[in-house]
Each structure stands twice: as C-alpha cells, then as structure tokens.
Design a protein around this ligand. Structure first.
Ligand code: MN
Length: 257
C-alpha cells in the first residue's frame, strides 16, 4: 500500500512526524509532501498566482511552497506520476477540526483533494487546549491512530466520502472510545475580530475564537471530543442538501425562469 502523508501545519510541524510514524506502521511505502509554511485556515485553496516551488528533503519527502491541495496534486500528478497512492493521510493537525472548522481547514482539504483524485483519504487532528500552551497529546493519535486507520481501511467507505478523525485532548489511556459522529454546529459568536493598535497608532486586527458556550448536540463531533472519545465523521463532498433541493423543486416547479 502506497501512502501519501500531507498536512496544513507545514513540513516542520511535529504532527507531520506523528502521522509519518502512524503511516509507517501500516506500510513501508510512505511519501511525505507537505507545505513549506503553516497553511492552517487555507481551506481547499489552490495557488494560482505564484509558481509552485518543490524542494526535495529526502528520497520520499518533499516540501511545496503552496497549500495542502497543491501538495496532493503535486504528489499524485508529478512526483508519483502513474504510481498513484492507495491512501492519503492529512495531519495530524495541532488542534481539532470539527463543526464549523470543516470548511476552513487545510488539513481536511488535503483529504478532500485526495478524494477528488479518487484516492481513499483521511484527515486526522489532535484536539489541543490552548489555555495550557505547548501541551499537545501526540501520544494519543500515536497510540490509537494505526489500529483505527487499519480498521477503517478494512471496512472501506464510498468513493465521494472522506473521513474526518479527531482525537480528544487527553492521554491515550483516558480515551473513552470511538464515536461515529455527525458534523456539529458551534454557537454563532465563535469567530470574532480582535482589535489592536500598532506602534505607529494604526489599527490592525486578528481573527479570534470564542469558546464553545452551549452544550453540544449528542452524536456530533463536538460532543464526542467533549466526552473524551475519538470522533470519526464521514464527510460528503457534494454539498447539495437533497431535502431542500426537493422542496425547492416543488415550490418553484411551476415557474419558468
Ligand atoms: Mn493546521
């Protein structure tokens, strides 16, 4: 089995080493193609206005000056040519990718691109409590990741679906189980603008994140992580909401545009 490992935290990120180790427990044929710099929040973007610089670090490790999506395309279409990977693993991200994070996440985008190229793909993220800085429980995906990924490959999943895995912010032994979940929804005031002033008195801004306030709905990714479980969410790449589609067809059916 040929595995492509990518991420959005960049080629230097500790989570990339963790995922490389997870992958090497599943196969000896592991390729790493990751962004030169941190691409968190890059979503499923392509680099179209700059050249894509490719830097080879070892026989099977490359850095791309681009996004996670660029990395997957670079690997499949250029580095490996016709020897397509059998599995794309993206992560392990430092910080969860759940609920509203899904459409912002570069980690998930790496797996989306793999799926679009016809390769089974999994995104992996490790929840981090940012109040306790520097303490990332990398042992948790290390301990639980290989068996879980192996089990998922054995089970299989449809071609237009990707799997989004999130590990809870706790020690491996404290993990309460594995929950198959739905994408959750955060309170609406989650994202905010942090207003600052620079040394010359001019205003500048950062995007800030408020804490989750309310109790998450049972069966969601938010709920699983809050309860110390590993969350497995199958995500469908076709964003059409079928029920609303049907209703609109009925409601607008008589109209001619
Ligand atoms: Mn990231």
């Amino acid at each position: 089995m040929r595995i492509l490992v990518t991420n959005d935290d960049g080629i230097e990120a500790p989570g990339l080493d963790v995922l490389q180790q997870i992958a090497s427990e599943l196969s000896e044929d592991v390729w790493v193609v990751a962004p030169e710099t941190d691409q968190s929040g890059a979503a499923h973007s392509l680099t179209l206005h700059e050249p894509l610089r490719l830097r080879q670090l070892s026989e099977r490790t490359y850095a791309v000056k681009g996004t996670p999506t660029d990395c997957v395309i670079m690997c499949v279409r250029h580095i490996l040519h016709d020897q397509t990977p059998d599995l794309v693993l993206s992560g392990v991200n430092a910080g969860h990718n759940i609920a509203d994070d899904v459409t912002y996440s570069g980690t998930i985008a790496g797996a989306i691109e793999g799926t679009l190229l016809g390769i089974p793909s999994i995104a992996l993220s490790q929840a981090v409590n940012y109040d306790k800085r520097g303490e990332v429980h990398w042992q948790t995906p290390m301990a639980h990741g290989p068996a879980l990924v192996r089990k998922l490959i054995g089970t299989g999943w449809p071609a237009d679906i990707m799997l989004n895995l999130n590990f809870p912010d706790c020690e491996p032994d404290a993990v309460t189980g594995i929950e198959v979940t739905a994408q959750g929804k955060r309170d609406q005031d989650y994202l905010r603008i942090v207003d600052r002033t620079d040394a010359r008195g001019k205003p500048y801004y950062w995007l800030g994140f408020n804490r989750q306030l309310s109790e998450p709905e049972k069966g969601t990714d938010l709920w699983a992580l809050r309860n110390g479980a590993i969350s497995v969410t199958p995500l469908y790449l076709n964003l059409t909401h079928v029920e609303t589609c049907r209703k609109l067809m009925l409601d607008l059916g008589g109209e001619t545009v």
